[in-house]
Write a protein that binds this ligand. Structure first.
Ligand code: SF4
Length: 387
């Protein structure tokens, strides 16, 4: 057994017996006394609510998730309600949370839950793992929190705590190291309290063992923590691989008509991470192009339109998980052509006050904000006075 070997030697593994004892004697009582009263923790735990919250919490902070969770549960109170809803309504409810694939996959999974499981989430790890979007983390979280299955949850918080307890000098981005932490988390799980164990680790990471400035003096695990003993808890977890995050410069057209409506386009269902959302159409700049040339070319390719590209409205800077963008939004008007859906799923002409009916990504929402922040209403004849 990997754990026993690590426990016996001085390797980077968590010293399991000591940690396990400290967990049972001090961490679990600490958790019982300090656990946050979050809306998805209401007892008895409802599997659908657990699932929705766990998907929303991936990559997103708790305080951001709370209002989204409340709205989502009110609008889609069951897997059947989620399965039946138009995708656009689901995306609208998700708008601003990012990682929109999560919402699309949740709806796909809800449909499978209705078709194959009578509308209730299945209570076995195998059946959960067969649902769209259920990776190891989601299976363990829903399985343990909702059904009491003995599955260890491994998220960023848990990895940080385990790496500090063991003063692990290995790069936690490496799959082999993550696998080792998984084995360790499994070995630490008390089979009669899997949900409490998992949540206690996660809560310790969220409230005490913080990425910056861990509160070691208040920590129930301080006696068995090697990073604390070394006096440098922030040295862990070790992340050696630095990714070069690519940067993209992108143009977007805010196309006006003479009725002061603005044209928006819907991304295709297979249109990558923002599929199904609405946008101000445009695309990436090519070498040697000016921004107006980029926008004109993109709209020709995407919708068969010839544009006059006018003044810049705003530049939006936004960071996605794997790249950053500078999104240059320019006003534009159509010189010739009718919108065709060559590289998009549809288009709509909408006034600024009806934009809220459509789901947009965060970057496009910032363009809407910029339109609303203008001192005077957006009018075609003001932007293109000679046209
Ligand atoms: Fe984290 Fe400090 Fe607790 Fe160690 S003692 S687990 S570093 S908070």
């Amino acid at each position: 057994m990997v754990m026993r070997k690590q426990e016996a030697g001085n390797g980077p593994g968590v010293h399991v017996q000591a940690v396990r004892q400290a967990m049972a004697r001090r961490l679990l009582p600490w958790f019982d006394a300090n656990r946050r009263d979050l809306p998805w923790r209401k007892e008895p735990r409802e599997a659908y609510a657990v699932w929705v919250s766990e998907i929303m919490l991936q990559q997103t902070r708790v305080d951001t998730v709370i209002p989204y969770f409340a709205r989502f549960m009110e609008r889609f109170p069951s897997p059947a309600a989620l399965a039946d809803a138009p995708l656009q309504d689901v995306l609208k409810c998700w708008e601003g949370l990012g990682y929109y694939a999560r919402a699309r996959q949740m709806q796909a999974a809800a449909r499978r839950i209705v078709e194959d499981h009578g509308g209730r989430l299945p209570a076995s790890a195998e059946a959960l793992a067969a649902l769209p979007g259920f990776g190891a983390y989601t299976v363990a979280a829903v399985g343990s929190f909702a059904f009491g299955l003995p599955l260890a949850v491994l998220d960023g918080n848990v990895i940080r705590v385990l790496s500090r307890l063991s003063a692990c000098g290995d790069d936690v981005a490496m799959p082999s190291v993550r696998e080792r932490f998984r084995s360790q988390a499994d070995a630490l799980l008390l089979r009669d309290r899997p949900a409490a164990c998992n949540e206690a680790w996660m809560e310790l990471g969220a409230l005490v063992c913080l990425p910056r400035g861990p509160r070691c003096g208040e920590c129930p695990m301080q006696d068995v923590c090697r990073a604390r003993r070394e006096g440098r808890p922030e040295a862990y977890p070790v992340k050696r691989r630095k990714m070069n995050i690519p940067h993209k410069t992108v143009g977007a057209a805010v196309i006006l008509n003479r009725r002061n409506q603005i044209m928006i386009a819907q991304r295709r269902p297979e249109g990558g991470m923002l599929a199904g959302l609405w946008e101000f159409p445009g695309g990436k700049i090519q070498e040697g192009e000016t921004m107006p040339q980029c926008i004109a070319r993109e709209l020709e390719e995407e919708m068969g339109l010839e544009l006059e590209v006018g003044p810049e409205l705003t530049v939006v800077h936004h960071a996605y998980s794997h790249f950053t963008i500078a999104l240059h939004a320019h006003f534009a008007r159509i010189l010739s052509g009718r919108p065709r859906h060559l590289e998009c799923a549809g288009h709509a002409w909408v006034t600024l006050d009806r934009m809220d009916d459509y789901p947009f990504s965060k970057a496009d929402l910032k363009i809407i904000e910029a339109l609303r922040a203008r001192p005077s209403p957006v009018r075609f004849k003001d932007i293109f006075p000679g046209a």
